[in-house]
Ligand binder design. Structure first.
Ligand SMILES: [Zn+2]
Length: 356
């Protein structure tokens, strides 16, 4: 049986092919935030089970956590090492799992650039050795800078990435809420909705360097789960930008590859509407964090009488509890609930059985 895209980490032109396939067939890839081997393995397991491509991404904090909270160092050492170690883990295992993985890093603001600089060095070295980069793509988030500066700096990095066939994700406007220490919960509401002219500007500028870029535009999306407030999710904003660009540059329909940040808590209707407007990637972090915790919480809740001592439980004072407190057992419970929530995301994104 032939498979549409090979198992393993997809890099270079294969990334664009997968994204094109998603766009043509009206589905999007979940971009699943991971923090270590446990969540990474559960993500690969989910992708293989639904037989569809996935984006696995490390945030700066997630990468540093993968290196270990005890690792100290300057200039983003832990985030660089944790990214590289995580990537090598996935390169080693993705094919064995039967998972097709686009490997990505999440938000990198200007002050975190030494992180991506270090990871790019590792990408370039790996590319020389193997013809592939470690990561398929990176996100740079200069949305706090003025638009011209955002685009100029993004362009500079895209030039470097293009030499090793990588893809860049940029951010325009501001995703509300708080994530990884960036707190946008108090910003002016107008910044939460990107204007078509802004998207057209970044599209025109980045196209001069490469076709391999994605745009995270703000359409009232927020990080984390919120009580409904006065920020309203408005996918139509993406449609307005697509139509504006299509007309201005005489392109095909939905010329921009859009990314949906802050996907947690969105309704199926909102997700499907966004996909119709060219969203090819939806980030999912908050809901997966909760899901990972749920399995462990419920396990501890149901086994509490077996976790008080190494020996002795309601079945007898001399009964051993080793098989119950073994971390492999309860960490696995978290992996199972994480995987279940991730599979729901694949379904919401109309991304099941896409590898044929
Ligand atoms: Zn985000």
């Amino acid at each position: 049986m032939s498979r549409k895209f090979p198992a393993g980490v997809a890099t270079g032109s294969l990334v664009k092919e997968i994204i094109q396939d998603a766009k043509e067939n009206k589905y999007a890839l979940p971009a699943c935030n991971v923090i270590g081997s446990s969540t990474v393995n559960a993500a690969m397991e989910a992708a293989a089970e639904v037989n569809s491509p996935i984006i696995i991404q490390f945030s700066n904090g997630g990468a540093a956590f993968n290196a270990g909270k005890g690792l100290k160092g300057e200039n983003q050492l832990a985030a660089i090492k944790g990214s590289v170690a995580g990537a090598l883990h996935i390169h080693t295992l993705a094919e064995a799992y039967g998972a097709t993985v686009i490997l990505h890093t999440d938000h990198c603001a200007k002050n975190l650039l030494p992180w991506i600089d270090g990871v790019m060095d590792a990408n370039e070295t790996y590319y020389k050795q193997t013809g592939k980069t470690l990561f398929s793509s990176h996100m740079l988030d200069f949305s706090e800078e003025p638009l011209e500066e955002n685009v100029e700096l993004s362009k500079k990095y895209l030039e470097r990435m293009d030499k090793v066939d990588m893809t860049l994700e940029v951010e325009l406007g501001i995703t509300g809420g708080e994530e990884d220490g960036v707190d946008n919960s108090g910003v002016d509401n107008s910044l939460l909705y990107t204007q078509p002219e802004e998207v057209a500007y970044v599209y025109e500028q980045l196209k001069q360097v490469s076709n391999n870029f994605w745009v995270a535009a703000a359409f009232g999306n927020v990080h984390g789960v919120y009580k409904p407030g006065n920020v309203v999710l408005t996918p139509k904003i993406l449609d307005n930008s697509q139509k504006y660009i299509q007309e201005k540059f005489n392109t095909k329909t939905n010329p921009v590859d859009f990314v949906f940040h802050g996907g947690s808590g969105s309704t199926l209707e909102e997700i499907r509407e966004a996909i119709g407007y060219g969203v090819i990637k939806m980030n999912i972090d908050t809901d997966l964090q909760f899901a990972f915790m749920e399995g462990i919480r419920d396990y501890f809740g149901s086994k509490s009488e077996y976790l008080k001592a190494q020996i002795g439980n309601p079945d007898g004072a001399d009964k051993p509890n080793k098989k119950i407190y073994d971390p492999r057992v309860w960490v696995r419970e978290g992996e199972v609930t994480f995987k279940k929530r991730l599979i729901q995301a694949f379904e919401d994104l109309n991304n099941v059985g896409r590898l044929g």
